[in-house]
Write a protein that binds this ligand. Structure first.
Ligand SMILES: [Zn+2]
Length: 284
């Protein structure tokens, strides 16, 4: 039984409901169309309880947020264990990292340098300034300049936004990216896979080498450290580093050519004292 009054109430409720829905849709559309800095973080875009991430033009804040979530997953689900037996090692690695970060191509990003308790020779990076150096790699380096070379290479992957580019490509190729973006959970999963298991492209490796070389030079290190360590890693086919950082082709020769250009000739010898290095890592 519909009295006219009840009918009126119902249609007015329906209209209010429609206005509410329209307002919500408009808010979402504006959220998608407007660059993120003037609005709430894109991570706040929630549709039916699922968070979506837009991959294009990600702000630094969103990138750091994404990196922090990948970091949590690496530790919670992938068994990445942070070294905690001697705090002086962690602070030494952080000291080298922050020195390099300050002269990197993205000096304003907050960087997090972590020592991973794993004796295989590897280092990796994700998005948003998260860099991981394994204890095996710290032991394999001869001096601070060699270690700084690899760390600068990892920073180069972050400043070149290589993980973000690969996440975007893989998300599009696998069809997980829709009109709203990529489900945050799927994107974090891709980031975890990229950090640990999937090789960087040759282009990304070449770019990280180039950025890393100039970064370590600007930080004042002897750039021959980068060359000698890469030569050493390539001589060891057991180095896990090469499985995710494949040789882009003529790696050592390319680094040698950059060194021969002489830009950082005045850094000669800085960071190459092997005894001083062994002293700094003796607690490892
Ligand atoms: Zn690499």
């Amino acid at each position: 039984m519909f009295s006219p009054l009840t009918h009126l109430k119902q249609s007015s409720l329906l209209r209010r409901g429609l206005y509410g829905l329209m307002a919500t849709l408009m808010a979402i559309t504006i959220g998608l169309a407007t660059p993120t800095p003037s609005h709430a973080s894109i991570f706040d875009l929630i549709f039916q309880g699922i968070r979506y991430v837009q991959l294009g033009n990600m702000s630094d804040r969103d990138e750091v947020n994404l990196g922090a979530q990948i970091d949590r997953q690496l530790k919670a689900q992938q068994g990445v264990r942070i070294y905690n037996r001697n705090a002086s090692i962690n602070s030494y690695i952080n000291e080298i990292g922050q020195r390099l970060a300050a002269t990197s191509d993205r000096p304003d990003l907050p960087y997090t340098f972590q020592v991973v308790d794993n004796n295989s020779v590897n280092a990796f990076a994700t998005a948003g300034g998260f860099v991981y150096i394994q204890t095996g790699l710290i032991r394999a380096a001869e001096n601070e300049a060699e270690l700084a070379g690899v760390m600068a290479h990892e920073i180069g992957h972050i400043t070149g936004r290589h993980a973000l580019q690969q996440m975007r490509q893989r998300a599009l190729a696998s069809g997980v990216a829709g009109s709203l973006g990529v489900r945050q959970e799927a994107l974090v999963g891709l980031g975890v896979q990229l950090a640990l298991h999937l090789p960087n492209s040759r282009e990304a490796e070449h770019d990280a080498d180039r950025r890393g070389f100039h970064n370590m030079g600007r930080a004042g290190y002897d750039t021959t450290g980068f060359i000698s360590f890469m030569r050493k890693l390539e001589g060891r086919n057991t180095a896990e580093f090469l499985s995710t950082h494949p040789n882009p082709g003529n790696r050592v020769n390319n680094l040698q050519a950059m060194h021969s250009a002489g830009t950082f000739a005045s850094n000669a010898g800085v960071g190459t004292d092997a005894a001083a290095y062994r002293n700094r890592i003796r607690g490892l």
